[in-house]
Write a protein that binds this ligand. Structure first.
Ligand code: ADP
Ligand code: MG
Length: 507
C-alpha cells in the first residue's frame, strides 16, 4: 500500500513525498481512510507508530486554508506540542496551512497573534483552557484531536479537557489517540465522541517488531558495571538509559561521566529551559547518552536513538512499551536492553507475556569480547576513512625519524587505547546459572529461603571468581573521536586504570 492510495489533496501528498514517507504505518493504514470519511475515531497504538501523520494528513487534506482555525490538537506536554507542531507544519506548508503552538510558561501576546494566523493550533490543556476561559481567543475548529490521551489523564488533565470541550463547536470531527486504553479513556471517549470507529493495533503489532528486545541477568551490585560494559559493547550512537527514580538518574550521570561518557540527565525537576537545551544537545549529537526517568522522557521524540537501556525494569508493561518505543522510530531498527536481577526474573516474564513479544536473554559480554568487537569496528572504520592532506603531511614529518611500520603501529596503538574497554572481567550470570537460580527461586517459594549463597563457596573467588582488578587499558577519552578534553584521571581507584596492564600500552 502507498500513500497515494489515500487520495490526499495534491499539496499534502507532495509534502508526504518530500518527507520521504513511502509506506504508511499500520495505524496510518487504518486511520486515514476513516478520518477522510468523516468519522470520529478512537485509535490505540504505541509511541513511534506514526500517529501524528495518521490524524494530521487526513484532517489537513480536508482543510480549506481560509485563515480560520480549522484544527485543534491537544497534547500533554510542551515538548510534544512543539514536536507535533513541527511535523504538522512540514505536512501543511505546501497547502498554506500554518500551525500555532500553545503552551504555558511563556507570554500570551505572541501566542495569541500566532493563533490568529493559524489553521491548526497545537496546545497543552492548561494554557488552552486559560485562553478560552478568559475569552482571549475564540476558535471554531471543525477537527479536534486528543493526542496521547492516556498521558494527559495520568498527568491529571481530565477536568481541563472536559472544560475545554464546552468551548468547542458541537458540529465537529473528534479523534482520540492513546497508547493504552484504560477505563477512564473509554469513558471520556463516550462523552466527547459520536459513534466513533475504533482502530487498535493489535497486541502482536503493539510493540514495534523492529525493536530487538534483550535482557541480561545481573546481581544487584553489578548493575553499574554491567551497564558500562554493555554500552561499551553495543557502542550506541544515541541511547537513553531509563531509571525509576530521579536520585538514580543523578547518581548514574555522575558515574557515567566519570567513566568518560558524554551523558546528560533528564528529570522532572529540571527547569524548562534547561530541559530544552539538553534535548537539543541530544538531538544534535553533542550528548550521546540520556539518563532519564519515565516522566521526564514522556513523548520525547528523538530520531536515531539506537538503543534503550532499562537500568531497572519498569514496574508495569505499559511503561515498558513506552520506554522501548523511544527507539526503532520511523521504520528504523533498534535495541531495547533490560538489566534484571534474579529477583526480577518473574517480573520480566510477566511483561514479556503482557507485551506479547519475544525477549531474548543474553550473557554480559566479557571484556575480551568487547575488545574484539571494538577491534572489528575499528578495522571497518579505518578501511572507510579518507586520507587527508594533513595526514600526509604528518606522516612525512614522522618519517624523518621512524620507519613507516613503526609509525603505523604507534598510530594504531593510540587509536586502540582510546577505544579500549574497562571494567571487571566477569559480570552477569551464565545461562546455566540463570536456570539454576530460577529453579531455586521456585523451590524457595514457601520454604523460607536459605542456602542462597551456598554456591558461592567460601571467601574469595566463588563461582564467578577470576575477577581481576587491574588491566583496565587506556582511557575512553576521545570516544568516537568526538569528545574534546581527556579525562584520563577521571577514573581513580584500585589500579583499574593502570595503563600498562592493558591494551593501551605504548611500549
Ligand atoms: P507517535 O505519535 O505514534 O509516537 P510519530 O507520529 O511521532 O509517532 O512518528 C514517529 C516518527 O516516525 C516521526 O519521526 C515520523 O516522522 C516518522 N514517521 C511516521 N510515519 C512514517 C512513515 N509512514 N514512514 C516513515 N516515517 C514515518
Ligand atoms: Mg505522537
Amino acid at each position: 500500500m502507498k500513500f497515494s492510495d489515500f487520495n490526499l489533496k495534491d499539496t499534502i501528498q507532495a509534502a508526504v513525498t518530500e518527507a520521504g514517507f513511502t509506506e504508511p504505518s499500520p495505524v496510518q493504514k487504518d486511520a486515514i481512510p476513516l478520518v477522510l470519511e468523516g468519522h470520529d475515531m478512537v485509535a490505540q497504538a504505541q509511541t513511534g507508530t506514526g500517529k501524528t501523520a495518521a490524524f494530521g494528513l487526513p484532517i489537513m487534506s480536508m482543510m480549506k486554508a481560509d485563515g480560520s482555525v480549522e484544527g485543534l490538537v491537544i497534547v500533554p506536554t510542551r515538548e510534544l506540542a512543539m514536536q507535533v507542531s513541527d511535523e504538522l507544519f512540514r505536512f501543511g506548508k505546501l497547502s498554506g496551512l500554518k500551525t500555532a503552538t500553545v503552551y504555558g510558561g511563556t507570554p500570551y501576546g505572541k501566542q495569541i497573534e500566532r493563533i490568529k494566523q493559524a489553521s491548526i493550533v497545537v496546545a497543552t490543556p492548561g494554557r488552552l483552557q486559560d485562553l478560552l476561559m478568559s475569552g482571549k481567543i475564540k476558535i471554531n475548529p471543525q477537527f479536534v484531536v486528543l493526542d496521547e490521551a492516556d498521558e494527559m489523564l495520568d498527568m491529571g488533565f481530565l477536568d481541563e479537557i472536559k472544560n475545554i470541550f464546552t468551548f468547542l463547536p458541537k458540529e465537529r470531527q473528534t479523534l482520540l489517540f492513546s497508547a493504552t486504553m484504560p477505563n477512564a479513556i473509554r469513558k471520556l471517549a463516550e462523552q466527547i465522541l459520536k459513534n466513533p470507529k475504533t482502530v487498535s493495533i493489535t497486541k502482536s503489532e503493539k510493540t514495534n517488531t523492529k525493536i530487538t528486545q534483550l535482557y541480561y541477568v545481573v546481581q544487584e551490585r553489578e548493575r553499574d558495571d554491567a551497564l558500562v560494559r554493555l554500552i561499551d559493547y553495543k557502542n550506541p550512537e544515541k541511547c537513553i538509559i531509563f531509571c525509576r527514580m530521579k536520585k538514580e538518574v543523578d547518581r548514574l550521570v555522575a558515574h557515567m561521566t566519570a567513566q568518560g561518557f558524554k551523558v546528560s540527565g533528564l528529570h522532572g525537576d529540571m527547569e524548562q529551559k534547561q530541559r530544552e537545551v539538553t534535548i537539543r544537545a541530544f538531538k544534535q549529537g553533542g550528548i550521546d547518552i540520556f539518563i532519564a526517568t519515565d516522566v521526564a522522557a514522556r513523548g520525547l521524540d528523538v530520531n536515531d536513538v539506537t538503543h534503550v537501556f532499562n537500568y531497572h525494569i519498569p514496574f508495569d508493561s505499559e511503561s515498558y512499551v513506552h520506554r522501548i518505543g523511544r527507539t526503532g522510530r520511523g521504520g528504523k531498527s533498534g535495541e531495547a536492553i533490560t538489566l534484571v536481577s534474579p529477583n526480577e526474573l518473574r517480573t520480566i516474564k510477566r511483561i514479556e507475556k503482557d507485551v506479547g513479544a519475544k525477549m531474548i536473554t543474553q550473557v554480559i559480554p566479557t571484556r575480551m569480547e568487547v575488545q574484539n568487537n571494538r577491534s572489528d569496528e575499528l578495522i571497518a572504520k579505518i578501511a572507510e576513512t579518507k586520507v587527508t592532506d594533513k595526514a600526509i603531511e604528518l606522516v612525512k614529518t614522522l618519517q624523518h625519524d621512524l620507519d613507516i611500520v613503526t609509525i603505523a603501529h604507534l598510530l594504531a596503538s593510540m587509536i586502540q587505547s582510546e577505544n579500549s574497554v574497562k571494567g571487571k572481567d566477569n559480570i552477569g550470570l551464565g545461562l546455566d546459572e540463570i536456570a539454576l537460580l530460577m529453579e531455586r527461586a521456585m523451590q524457595q517459594r514457601g520454604n523460607g529461603g536459605g542456602g542462597r549463597n551456598r554456591r558461592r563457596g567460601g571467601g574469595g573467588g566463588g563461582y564467578r571468581g577470576n575477577r581481576s582488578g587491574g588491566g583496565g587499558g587506556g582511557s575512553r577519552h576521545g570516544r568516537n573521536g568526538r569528545s574534546g578534553g581527556g579525562d584520563r584521571n577521571g577514573r581513580s581507584g584500585g589500579g583499574r586504570d593502570s595503563r600498562n596492564g592493558g591494551q593501551g600500552s605504548r611500549s
